[in-house]
Design a protein around this ligand. Structure first.
Ligand SMILES: Nc1nc2c(ncn2[C@@H]2O[C@H](COP(=O)(O)OP(=O)(O)OP(=O)(O)O)[C@@H](O)[C@H]2O)c(=O)[nH]1
Length: 136
């Protein structure tokens, strides 16, 4: 699960249409970071879900870190204004962290909120320290 950090500030500072454009651009960045067989979807609001098919955990962590860094490095240009955003990412693996789609998503959501509490702009997987963030 992937959530844009402090997205309310984007709306407040640049307007709702700029926020919409950032959402569209983040969606495209996600697509560019995954394989055609994988799936990226908007889950709601400023939250996205990425499903990596038959991906070992080490590989999934690399993809998640690539997504985090890709968004961090991207310069968004909206109505002649430049802005940057970051994302927090919570990872869960099937069947390690849940044996149904619902339980894996719920676990990823929990870890995502731990990533927010850990300071944002980081990738967390339950029990794994990554990107300098605090472990859950
Ligand atoms: N422009 C735009 N804004 C949206 C859309 N859906 C949700 N939002 C906004 O996303 C913002 C989410 O704000 P919060 O839930 O407070 O989270 P945040 O500001 O991203 O802060 P953290 O998640 O805690 O880092 C709200 O201001 C919503 O109005 C959308 O489709 N377009």
């Amino acid at each position: 699960m992937i959530d844009i950090d402090y997205f309310k500030k984007v709306n407040d500072n640049y307007g709702h249409q700029a926020g919409d454009e950032v959402l569209r651009r983040v969606a495209r960045l996600l697509q560019e970071c995954i394989r055609p067989i994988d799936c990226a979807a908007r889950y709601g609001g400023e939250e996205f879900a990425v499903c990596l098919y038959k991906m070992p955990l080490e590989g999934a962590l690399l993809v998640a870190e690539r997504i985090r860094a890709c968004v961090e490095d991207y310069l968004f240009v909206v109505k002649d204004k430049e802005l940057r955003v970051t994302v927090s990412i919570g990872m869960a693996s099937f069947p390690l962290n849940g044996d149904t789609p619902e339980s894996v998503v719920a676990e990823a959501d929990q870890v995502l909120y731990a990533a927010k509490r850990a300071g944002r702009n980081c990738v967390l997987q339950a029990g794994v320290v990554y990107s300098g963030a605090t472990s859950v």
